[in-house]
Design a protein around this ligand. Sequence first.
Ligand code: ZN
Length: 200
Amino acid sequence: MELQPESDDQPAIVPTQVIFHSIAAPWTPQRIYEYWRDSTNLDCHFGLGYDGSLGQFIGTQTRADANFRANRRPDGTGAVSVETASNDRHTDPWTDAQVAALIGLGLWLHRTHGIPIRVCRSDSDPGFGYHRLFPAWSDGGTACPGDARVRQFHDLVMPGIAAAAAGAPVPTTPAVPVPPAPTPLPRRRIRPAIYRAIGV
Ligand SMILES: [Zn+2]
């Protein structure tokens, strides 16, 4: 879902960081795309729906405008930004499908751009982070992505990316909700499979 003219006009970056956000709206990737296209001159690289569906709006070697000073630093490095569907106060946790998709995307960014699997130690340090981690990443401060998701970032997403990079299978992310089975799907069997896969 390429955003134009931004994707062609904005300057190149060398991506060294990944920053996760909550968009404070329960939107699909299509709706996030329409918001960037129609309602603001801001943008991000990726948008993630509650069901794990992922959209891309800007190339990962082009600046996107969701992280203030981390969008593109004077040395040409910058952050890849990932907006995620949330409730309107971004207080809810990521769904299992979102956690799985973030792990898969994080693995891809690690392999494609060499982004180290660690939490950024400063606002310019290569690695992974979330929006409120450093004041330089927002204009005037933010609670984004919310307490529940900060916990999941540390407890599930980062360990999951590390496990996937070490060879564990990446959790599957159905793009549409799984329809009800004739006999109810035993949730106990699904959830442990996800958490086992990400090493938790
Ligand atoms: Zn944010």
